[in-house]
Design a protein around this ligand. Sequence first.
Ligand SMILES: [Cu+2]
Length: 144
Amino acid sequence: MSPLFFRRLDGLWPPGTRLLAAVMLLLLTLLTGCADTEPVLPTVTIRALDLRYEPQHVTIPRDQPVRIVLQNDGVLAHDISVEQLEVQVQQLQGEWVQGQVYIYAERGQRLALTVQASTPGTYDFVSTIPGHEAAGMRGTLTVE
Ligand SMILES: [Cu+2]
């Protein structure tokens, strides 16, 4: 905050105004700061095609929030399910619940799920839509 700013207020405004102005500026700075420092999470993007995933093998770090994105570039609807892995899943409101990695995307949709995994290992993922896994929609997710 520049000395010039305070000098001008001293001359023109009643006592107390300077403190109020300083508090308001601080609040503005904090609000702006929040927007600037929003964390960018590690992200893995898996494309769903007819009828395969790309890439077929992905790796995520353990014990930290990670975004898993399913981008459906196919014509059909696709999903991805990691059935053998228990994770924490972040809800829209921000709280975490125990759950599994599952995303369903219509054609052209790109959907993200924020999860945190704590059990290292390599887990199969598949499309649960009838016929898709058999046709090749499977891969692995490694937690390390
Ligand atoms: Cu599919």
